[in-house]
Design a protein. Sequence first.
Length: 95
Amino acid sequence: MGSRRFAEFEADARARGFDEIVERRWAPGTVLESHAHPFAVEALVIEGEMWLVSSDGERHLSPGESFSVPRDAPHGERYGAAGTTVWVARRHTRS
């Protein structure tokens, strides 16, 4: 994604206390019904598009846009027709 590289994303996330940083690639049209994670998430859409559904409503995200999901917060995800790549930082500790 532009000049931003995964290594920079990872270094920034770790400096902010995130302990697991991954690249997730989702197949075209993938839908994840409402679920929650035992960790907090901050993520950046790199390729494709996605829709995030939470208590705040539905949000459409394109490359360069970021989102966060608090620990244990119910949410759903839907990925675009071309597939989607997202860089994800996870914080497993409660800090």
